[in-house]
Design a protein around this ligand. Structure first.
Ligand code: GTP
Ligand code: MG
Length: 332
C-alpha cells in the first residue's frame, strides 16, 4: 500500500461492487470486439489463401478462392472483407485486409507505399474522429492490429525488398513474420531458415511482434521469449476440407501426400492462430492503440501545433509590416 492510500474501511455488510469485473465483462460482451488483420508479402505466396484458412468455416461466403479448381486470382488492389464471428457468446468483428503481392517488378522501389499509406490513413481517420467536438461514443476502429508478413520459402534469406518493407511496417504496426508454403522445406531446412531470418531481422534492427514493453509482467515476458524463439511461424494454407474422425479439417494436397494444416507436427498454422487469437488478441489491439497509434497521434498533434505557431508568427509579422509608422519623436 502506498503512503498516501487511506486505511481500508471495514464493511459491515455486502455492498456489491465485487461485481464490477462482471459488469465490465457484460458491457464488453454486448459491444463486441473489433480485430483487423492485414496480409502483406511477395506475389503468389498464399496471402489470400491464408485469409480463407484462418477463420475457415466462417469465411465460406468470402470472395476468396475456396475450390482448388477455381482459377487463381491475383490480388490487384487492397481489399477488405468484413465478418462477424461469435464464439461462446463473444462477438468478434473482423476486417481481413488482403493486399496485392509485390516483388515481381523490375523496380520494386516504393512498392510498399500503398500499404504504408493504408495503415497511416486508418490512424488519421481515427484521430480526426477523436478530435471532433462531438465525439462518437464508440469510434469505429479500422486501425490495422496485426500485419502478417509472408516470407518466400527460398531457404536462403530475406530479400532486400523484404527488409525494406519490414522496416517500414515494423515502425507503424505489429508485424508477425511467417514463412509461406512451408511444405516446400524439410523440418531441418525450416529450422536453419528460421534462425537465419531471426538473425537478419536482428541485424537490420527490425521490430517484429511480440516485443516487451513496460506494461508486461514476468509471465508476459516469458511467453514473449518463447514465441520470439519460434518466429517466423512456418505455415501451410489449406485448399480443401477433409474429414478426420468425423470432424472437418482444413488440408492441402501436396504431390501424393496430404497435409493437415491443423496438425502441429505438419506446420505451425495452429501455433500462429493460437498466438494471434487465443493468447494475444487483446495485446495486439492494445499495442496498436498504445504504441503505434499513440506515436502517430503525438507526431501529428506536434506538427499541428508547430504549424499553427508558425502561422501565428507569420500573421504577427504581416500585421507589423502594415502597422502605422511610429509617430516621429518631438524635436528637442
Ligand atoms: N504448396 C503450397 N501452395 C500454396 C500454399 N498457400 C497457397 N498456395 C498456392 O499458391 C497459389 C497462390 O496463392 P494465393 O493465395 O493466390 O497467393 P497470394 O499471395 O494471394 O498472391 P497475390 O494475390 O498474387 O499476391 C495458389 O495456387 C495457392 O493454392 C501453401 O501453403 N503451400
Ligand atoms: Mg492474393
Amino acid at each position: 500500500m502506498s503512503a498516501s492510500e487511506p486505511m481500508p474501511t471495514p464493511l459491515s455488510g455486502y455492498v456489491g461492487f465485487d461485481t464490477l469485473t462482471k459488469q465490465i465483462e457484460n458491457k464488453m460482451l454486448r459491444r463486441g470486439f473489433q480485430f483487423n488483420v492485414m496480409v502483406v508479402g511477395q506475389t503468389g505466396l498464399g496471402k489470400s489463401s491464408l485469409i480463407n484458412t484462418l477463420f475457415a468455416s466462417q469465411l465460406l461466403s468470402s470472395k476468396g478462392r475456396m475450390d482448388p479448381s477455381d482459377e487463381v486470382r491475383q490480388t490487384t488492389s487492397i481489399n477488405t472483407t468484413s465478418h462477424v464471428v461469435t464464439e461462446n457468446g463473444v462477438k468478434l468483428r473482423l476486417n481481413l485486409i488482403d493486399t496485392p503481392g509485390y516483388g515481381d517488378l523490375i523496380n520494386n522501389e516504393h512498392c510498399w507505399e500503398p500499404i504504408v499509406k493504408y495503415i497511416k490513413d486508418q490512424y488519421s481517420i481515427y484521430l480526426r474522429k477523436e478530435l471532433t467536438a462531438v465525439r462518437e461514443r464508440n469510434i469505429p476502429d479500422t486501425r490495422v492490429h496485426v500485419v502478417l508478413f509472408f516470407i518466400d520459402p527460398s531457404g536462403h534469406s530475406l530479400r532486400s525488398v523484404d527488409i525494406q518493407v519490414l522496416k517500414k511496417l515494423g515502425d507503424i504496426a505489429n508485424v508477425i513474420p511467417v514463412i509461406a508454403k512451408a511444405d516446400s522445406l524439410t523440418l531441418a531446412e525450416r529450422e536453419v531458415f528460421k534462425k537465419r531470418i531471426r538473425a537478419s531481422l536482428h541485424s537490420n534492427g527490425i521490430r517484429v511482434y511480440p516485443f516487451d514493453h513496460e506494461d508486461h509482467d514476468e509471465e508476459d515476458r516469458e511467453l514473449n521469449g518463447l514465441v520470439q524463439s519460434l518466429l517466423p511461424f512456418a505455415i501451410v494454407t489449406a485448399d480443401k476440407t477433409i474429414d478426420v474422425d468425423g470432424r472437418p479439417v482444413r488440408a492441402r494436397q501436396v504431390g501424393s501426400g496430404l497435409i493437415n494444416v491443423e496438425n502441429k507436427a505438419h506446420c505451425e498454422f495452429l501455433q500462429l492462430r493460437d498466438f494471434m487469437l487465443r493468447t494475444n488478441l487483446h495485446d495486439l489491439i492494445e499495442t496498436t492503440s498504445n504504441t503505434y497509434y499513440e506515436s502517430f497521434r503525438s507526431k501529428q498533434l506536434l506538427a499541428l501545433k508547430e504549424s499553427s505557431a508558425k502561422h501565428q508568427a507569420q500573421h504577427a509579422q504581416h500585421q507589423g509590416a502594415y502597422a502605422p509608422a511610429p509617430a516621429p519623436a518631438p524635436a528637442a
